[in-house]
Design a binder for this molecule. Structure first.
Ligand code: HEM
Length: 416
């Protein structure tokens, strides 16, 4: 491997446009892991920060939530970060110890595999209905896999878990697109900067959830919004803004990520036909296949932390107050951890990927995401006789979520 520093002018690690145009820059991350795994990045138009690419280093930082806090800056940018963004109310993912643990414990029991068992049947029904809609179109056809399968499923599940009436489920789709895809020309609002547009959408979302929370207070049900209105810390009900940020984090964190893992998994099966055939022959491989899909797709590109004290890492000093960015997709291809990391292998075991993060902020919805993906594939994949791309993969402008906006496919189904 070359020791010459790569050309970050041709790909800026935090520029949304570069991810839309080229997909993940694995060649750069490979180089960084091998040559400069703790790399000071100041070539972008935004504030400089440390790029962390090794599995072991991301794990170490993720497990030190007091030395590396999430609150001040969770997402790096290729532009100077506007002050208003930092002042926006913090959701769970931006809280730090000790408040983070207190808040997370308020709902973590709802997301354990045991608790989710209660919802298996309903989630299966939601998934089956969405897949059945596609299968009902005939034994051969074309579709956008995102529109037909991978976007509606997580939206429906999250909307149902939150307790939204069915006629409002589509609004969630629009809000997440406009917040996560704020940098994308397809979701941009005329006359507004991406930050202004995202904030405007959040205000819309908060207005909606304020009314919904009011209804749930009067008539509680077995759903998350009802739970948010009843939760207490030190004997006091949560302030209204905390209820809103709970709604926001569930809507945002639960949709785009699962959507893109499901889409990226389909693309991986199209590009690795023998792995598709293996799974079709043995449904028991589904759990390890889903794990490999999360490793392979790693839908979260990076999350940031801020050092609270000087920290030595591989001979470099990360100074108090400096930011780091944890590149999860790079950790998932780390040669020190994975055999043949550049191969998509659905039987991979062990699979200690960091697609769901690590440590204090490990994904709260990991079990739910696994379940949703299993449901999507379980009903669809056994029926696929043939599948191919009919056009280019249309990627999202984002350096946070590795998104696929459209995956046009042609498919041929087997008799059930
Ligand atoms: C394949 C799908 C998913 C992926 C790849 C994913 C990825 C991640 C990652 C990498 C983090 C760590 C954040 C950090 O390092 O700061 C995280 C946190 C989180 N995720 Fe997920 N996620 C997925 C699905 C979901 C779902 C379905 C939910 C539904 C509720 C969810 C809710 C959350 C929450 C609430 C956090 C914050 C946890 C905390 O701060 O303690 N995620 N996720």
């Amino acid at each position: 491997m070359s020791a010459t520093a790569p050309d970050f002018d041709s790909f800026d690690l935090v520029n949304p446009k570069d991810y839309a145009e080229h997909g993940y820059p694995h060649h750069l991350w490979d180089w960084l892991r091998a040559n400069d795994p703790v790399h000071w990045y100041d070539g972008s138009g935004g504030d400089p920060f440390w790029v962390i690419t090794k599995h072991a280093d991301i794990t170490a930082i993720g497990k030190l939530p007091e030395q590396f806090i999430s609150g001040p800056l969770l997402v790096q940018s290729h532009l100077p970060i506007p002050k208003e963004r930092m002042e926006f109310p913090r959701t769970l993912i931006q809280l730090d110890p000790p408040k983070h643990g207190v808040y997370r414990r308020l709902i973590s029991k709802r997301f354990t595999p045991r608790a989710l068992k209660r919802f298996h049947h309903d989630i299966e029904e939601i998934g089956k209905e969405i897949v059945d809609d596609l299968l009902a179109r005939g034994s051969e056809g074309e579709c956008d896999f995102v529109d037909s399968i991978s976007a509606p499923l997580p939206i429906a599940v999250i909307a149902w878990m939150l307790g939204l009436p069915k006629q409002d489920w589509g609004r969630l789709f629009d809000w997440t697109n406009r917040i996560i895809g704020a940098q994308d020309p397809a979701f941009r609002t005329e006359g507004k900067t991406p930050d202004e547009a995202a904030q405007e959408t959040m205000v819309e979302l908060f207005t909606y959830f304020t009314e919904l929370a009011e209804e749930k207070r009067k008539k509680p049900a077995d759903d998350l919004v009802s739970l948010f209105t009843q939760m207490e810390v030190d004997g006091e009900k949560l302030p209204h803004m905390d209820i809103m940020t709970w709604c926001l984090i569930i809507v945002i964190a639960g949709n785009e990520t699962t959507r893109n893992a499901t889409t990226g998994g389909m693309l991986a099966f199209i590009e690795n036909r023998e792995e598709l055939r293996k799974l079709q022959a043995d449904e028991g491989l589904l759990p390890s296949a889903v794990e490999e899909i999360v490793r392979w797709t790693a839908p979260i590109i990076h999350f940031g932390r801020t050092a609270t004290e000087d920290f030595e890492l591989r001979g470099k000093t990360i100074q108090a107050g400096q930011s780091v960015a944890l590149f999860y997709p790079s950790a998932n291809r780390d040669e020190d951890v994975f055999e043949a990391p550049g191969e998509f292998r659905i039987e991979r075991n062990p699979n200690r990927h960091l697609g769901f993060g690590v440590g204090e902020h490990f994904c709260l919805g990991a079990h739910l995401a696994r379940l949703e993906m299993e449901v999507a594939y379980k009903y669809l994949l056994p029926r696929i006789e043939d599948v191919e791309l009919t056009g280019p993969v249309d990627r999202l402008h984002s350096s946070l979520v590795g998104g696929i906006k459209h995956l046009p496919i042609r498919y041929k189904l087997r008799e059930s």
